[in-house]
Design a protein around this ligand. Structure first.
Ligand SMILES: O=c1ccn([C@H]2C[C@H](O)[C@@H](CO)O2)c(=O)[nH]1
Ligand SMILES: [Zn+2]
Length: 137
């Protein structure tokens, strides 16, 4: 059975979202695209701030946008992330924690770089034994 999402399309959407990044401090642009169970896609880019601790990653922009639009934990089937890194970019610890809260452990995470390298992992493998209070998504 083929997967219920098209990884190449999701990565293309993440690549377009990356162009929208507001990253005047790091100059490091990241894009993400999150697909919901009903086929919607939420794109996200990183949004930085002069108070550096307020910088928000592309992954969390996409996840928070989906939640703000009414989607619930567990309503997501895949996320793609892309940046200009030598190897496919890999999410920071904060994003891993948020992914673990809002997505199922076996949800695919597609990681890519702008040169075309890509690999696939899961939310659970990115944060084994993560902290949680809420029941699993
Ligand atoms: O997976 C990642 C890693 C980093 N960033 C952002 C945060 C910051 O704006 C910039 C440099 O860390 O890249 C993301 O958006 N996603
Ligand atoms: Zn992050």
């Amino acid at each position: 059975m083929s997967e219920p999402f098209d990884g190449t399309t999701l990565l293309d959407l993440a690549r377009s979202a990356r162009d929208l990044a507001y990253a005047p401090y790091s100059r490091f642009q990241v894009g993400a695209a999150l697909q919901t169970t009903d086929g919607s896609v939420f794109a996200g880019c990183n949004v930085e701030n002069a108070a550096y601790g307020l910088c928000n990653c592309a992954e969390r922009t996409a996840l928070f946008s989906a939640i703000a639009a009414g989607y619930k934990p567990g309503d997501f089937i895949a996320i793609a992330v892309i940046a200009d890194t030598p190897e496919p970019v890999t999410p920071c610890g904060s994003c891993r924690q948020v992914l673990a809260e809002l997505c199922l452990g076996d949800m695919p995470v597609l990681l890519a770089n702008t040169a075309g390298a890509r690999r696939q992992t899961t939310v659970g493998s990115l944060l084994p034994e993560g902290f949680r209070l809420a029941p699993s998504a």
